[in-house]
Design a protein around this ligand. Structure first.
Ligand code: NAP
Length: 493
């Protein structure tokens, strides 16, 4: 790490007070903490407060008390604090990126990109706050009027994962706060310091006490139970696995909370033989190994039309072999560690299963342990060819650096195969045929389609899935609607 950059410890100089409740930093009531480790080295980089039910109750009470006044603020005032948070985040970008690399493992360049993406949500929703328009509807009675108002839903519970530890927070907090809601956020236990650093930005930007509250914990059920059972919480916004999201949504139904869920994915990538196989292979290598494959929109099934599959594999294999794995602070590192031991085991299990059923291992295929990498959770970027439906990887999300390639023959066949999944988040198509691009993007049953595009995301665009990938949209004009109730006012003159 360069010497002019603040260390994670300095940046998050909270001691062990990583709970932010009613505008104050607090330790857990019991003083309990948990260690935060760097997945590249196993080094402990800090501690976080281990909150339980009592602290969660206080955070909900703070959010509930702050809500009426925040809801009454003008949209212009709400926009002001969000804009200030954006500017501060940009100002602190370098420190935030270094912290993220230490805590989550992604290469510094990717961490810088994520900080920018996280800040984008603050700027976008600062503007959207001012565009919460209602409606007037012509009535069927002359002495009568209909007006539609959009009003904040109230207290929101947000739960976020570790793989994008800052942007997943701003993608929820920014629209909630813009809409006039208040929020209690529980981040993943692997990345509480990134969460605390983002909340420090909110504090310094002038968020009023109680508007945004942070509860770090390694006891997610205890905190989750309180958030879900409390009737004052009117909305759950969750990003994480389909398994956990399904349970939480079921529980939220008991108090009839609004729910948005951003869950797992199993993205198909389709490369037609009218596309340039070298360009497509380059694209696949970039998007597949981004964040070491730990992304919900990572391609999990890469379908390549038979005529170009061998050339495609050649280029993909060369590019994959050239990727340098290592701690994200080192120059030239293109791929960081996985988050934990269980993730290493899952990737290895999928490879062993596939190879046992006839897949060809072209590169990678094992944990990396040379040159000190055994201290972290590094897995060699891997390419498998001849993957088929009998293999676990064909249905199970990988969340690791493993590219699974499947040959196909016709357009109809590949559309049917791509849609044959319970998931429906991202999908990708490479083709130079305009008609085919339109046909295929309309036929894919996914929330997002990238056509010759490996990054179909942005704060200004609606992100989300269907089926087991979730409900609702984050970002875009749709993102703020998730935090607004519709009220109809009928007026008899
Ligand atoms: P996870 O295990 O479901 O955890 C997500 C969050 O839920 C964490 O904060 C976790 O806390 C919390 N949690 C777990 N059990 C809980 C409970 N009973 N009550 C309250 N909170 C609970 O998912 P993950 O492994 O962190 O994230 C990876 C998954 O997220 C992948 O499936 C990925 O596709 C998905 N993801 C989706 C999107 C999207 O936009 N669709 C974006 C990113 C990631 P602890 O950390 O304390 O366990």
């Amino acid at each position: 790490m360069s010497t002019d950059v603040t260390t994670p410890g300095e940046l998050t100089s909270f001691g062990v007070a990583t709970l932010f409740i009613d505008g104050k930093w607090e330790a857990a009531d019991t003083g309990a903490t948990f260690d935060v480790t760097d997945p590249a080295t196993g080094t402990i980089i800090g501690q976080a407060s281990d909150a339980g039910g009592a602290e969660t109750d206080r955070a909900i009470a703070a959010a509930s008390d702050a809500w009426p006044a925040w809801a009454r603020e003008t949209a212009y005032r709400r926009a002001e604090v969000l804009r200030a948070a954006h500017d501060l985040m940009v100002e602190r970008a370098e420190d935030l990126a270094h912290l993220m690399t230490s805590e989550q493992g992604k290469p510094l360049r990717a961490a810088r990109n994520e900080v920018r993406y996280a800040a984008d949500f603050l700027a976008w929703f600062a503007e959207e706050a001012k565009r919460v328009y209602g409606q007037t509807i012509p009535s069927n009675r002359s002495s009568h009027r209909f007006t539609v108002l959009k009003q904040p839903v109230g207290v929101v519970a947000g739960i976020t994962p570790w793989n994008y530890p800052m942007s997943m927070i701003t993608r929820k907090v920014a629209p909630a706060v813009a809409a006039g809601c208040t929020i209690v956020l529980k981040p993943a236990e692997q990345t509480p310091l990134c969460a605390a650093a983002v909340f420090k930005v909110f504090e310094d930007a002038g968020f009023p006490p109680g508007v945004a509250n942070l509860v770090t914990t390694q006891r997610p059920e205890q905190v989750g139970d309180r958030l879900l059972d409390d009737a004052r919480v009117r909305k759950l916004t969750f990003t994480g696995s389909t398994e956990v999201g399904t349970v939480l949504a079921g529980r939220a139904a008991a108090t009839m909370k609004r729910v948005s869920l951003e869950l797992g994915g199993h993205a198909p990538m389709i490369v037609f033989d009218d596309a340039d196989p070298e360009h497509a292979a380059k694209g696949v290598s970039l998007v597949k190994f981004l964040n070491a494959g730990q992304a919900c929109i990572s391609p999990n099934r890469i379908y390549v039309q038979r005529g170009i599959v061998e050339r495609f594999l050649e280029v993909l294999t060369d590019r994959t072999a050239a990727l340098e794995a290592g701690p994200g602070h080192q120059a030239n590192v293109g791929i960081g560690p996985l988050i934990d031991q269980a993730s290493l085991e899952k990737v290895q299990r999928q490879i062993d299963d596939a190879v046992g059923r006839g897949a060809r291992l072209l590169v990678g295929g094992r944990r990396l342990t040379d040159n000190g990498l055994d201290r972290g959770y590094f897995f060699a970027p891997t390419v498998l060819a001849d993957v088929d439906e009998s293999m676990v990887i064909y249905r199970e999300e990988t969340f690791g650096p493993l590219a699974a390639v499947i040959a196909f023959d016709t357009e109809d066949e590949v559309i049917a195969k791509a849609n044959d999944t319970q998931y429906g988040l991202a999908s990708y198509v490479y083709t130079r045929d305009l008609g085919r691009a339109v046909r295929v993007s309309e036929a894919l049953r996914f929330g997002i389609v990238g056509v010759n595009d490996i990054n179909p995301t942005g704060a200004q665009a609606p992100f989300g899935g269907r089926g087991s990938s979730g409900l609702g949209r984050e970002g875009g004009a749709e993102g703020i609607d998730e935090y607004l109730d519709v009220k109809l006012v009928g007026l008899a003159l």
